[in-house]
Write a protein that binds this ligand. Structure first.
Ligand SMILES: [Zn+2]
Length: 412
């Protein structure tokens, strides 16, 4: 086997000696050796002693409704919470070509920010049908060279109360969607929607990822039903909840109990800082609640959690540079996590932990794994989060997929 690439002088997260660097040899898209010094043929790329990680993992994203701010009615009043209404109003403009073009622009920005794996939720409600699904399915094929896309199909605007709505979910699952999602909050009977999601997961042998426990009280938390169903079906490790704003309203001991329950059932939580913070506490005039769950506290109890971007430039989140590291930094800042250990955990929540949610068995820098690598302008994972470090270059299955020049200061 001939070496195609050696990424030299790379600093790994688990290096025993902080100053130690390694060379990473890559052939046929996979890591073939990790040694202090590797000589031999092939192209050499110098990582310059910088920290090298696996590609980032977005466990919760909506490519299909990204970049629509320019066509929705503006949010005039801070108290108004009509994100859904303003989004719904423009869904008739979602053609296959339109969804593809917006999703492509977003995906490319994510890739330039070091993301190489993504689970994207796709709406198949009546106004859109399978058009969004078709666009993202095509995008996944076209961009397989840079991004592994996992397709999660769901109904955003009601399920059990919308006659016939489920048929498009079933069609998408038959076409190959590997995850079934949901938005029980927007169903006349949320508990019934959750039961349907699990029933479909069993029928099609797919994973579950439900938007849940948004809101600003601890009333009616869905997590207990989701854990019960996961236990009963033996689906541990295959279920995730997105948001969990309500968990920010729990006391420390309640958070600990929740973390243990999530760990026991194998249900993961993806916190979505940009959306969670933007939509929380809109009823409050002052001392506005942040509404973002402390995922580190859940992780401390053995639960699996991730930090994800969710929305980009739409009514739910009118921001977005597609930098998952920026989102993780915002998360750490808001939940007041700042130690080396906590920030390292935040980095794990955009890499190893979401990789487990996506059930990527061959994720990570190890011999035999795909060579999905990002070189950061930092020395450690914690420093990446603390400084919102820039990714300098990235390799997907051993092929260079992006390069970013560092800024230059022109002194007098
Ligand atoms: Zn979402």
């Amino acid at each position: 086997m001939s070496l195609s690439l050696i990424l030299s002088n790379a600093r790994l997260a688990n290096a025993s000696d902080a100053s130690a660097t390694v060379d990473i040899a890559i052939a046929d898209g996979r890591i073939t050796a990790i040694e202090p010094r590797i000589s031999g043929g092939g192209t050499r790329v110098d990582a310059g002693g910088r920290f090298v990680s696996s590609g980032l993992v977005e466990s919760h994203f909506h490519l299909d409704k990204s970049r629509i701010l320019d066509r929705v009615a503006p949010l005039e009043d801070r108290r108004v919470t009509d994100y859904m209404k303003r989004t719904s109003a423009v869904k008739d403009t979602f053609t296959v070509e339109d969804v593809y073009a917006r999703a492509r622009d977003t995906l490319e920005q994510c890739l330039l920010n070091g993301v190489m794996h993504m689970r994207t939720h796709i709406e198949v409600d009546a106004p859109i049908g399978l058009r969004g699904y078709e666009a993202i399915e095509r995008l996944a094929k076209d961009y397989a060279w840079g991004m592994d896309l996992q397709l999660c199909v769901f109904l955003q605007e009601g399920w059990t109360n919308v006659p016939g709505a489920e048929s498009t979910v079933v069609q998408a699952l038959k076409r190959g969607a590997t995850v079934v999602g949901g938005a029980p909050r927007y169903d006349a009977d949320g508990a019934a929607q959750i039961r349907r999601i699990f029933a479909l997961a069993k029928d099609f042998n797919v994973d579950v990822d439900i938007h849940g426990d948004g809101g600003y009280t601890t009333d009616d938390m869905m997590v207990w039903q989701i854990c019960d169903l996961t236990d009963r079906m033996g689906w541990g490790g295959r279920v995730a909840i997105g948001h969990g704003n309500k968990y920010s309203c729990l006391t420390d001991s309640q958070v600990a109990a929740l973390g243990k329950r999530l760990a026991d059932s194998g249900v993961a939580v993806s916190v979505l800082p940009a959306t969670d913070i933007f939509t929380s506490g809109r009823h409050m005039e002052h001392s506005v609640m942040r509404g973002l769950a402390d995922a580190n506290a859940l992780v401390a109890q053995g639960a699996n959690c991730s930090i994800a971007t969710n929305n980009v430039l739409n009514p739910f989140t009118p921001y977005g540079d597609c930098s998952l590291v920026r989102i993780a930094n915002m998360y750490a800042n808001v939940v007041q996590r700042g130690t080396e250990k906590d920030l390292s955990e935040c980095f794990a929540m955009v890499t190893d932990r979401p990789a487990r949610i996506l059930r990527k068995d061959d994720y990570g820098i190890a011999v035999g794994n795909p060579a999905d690598l990002v070189v950061w302008n930092a020395k450690t994972p914690a420093e990446v989060i603390a400084t919102v470090a820039q990714p300098v270059m990235g390799f997907k299955r051993g092929r260079r997929v992006f390069t970013r020049e560092m800024p230059t200061l022109h002194r007098p």
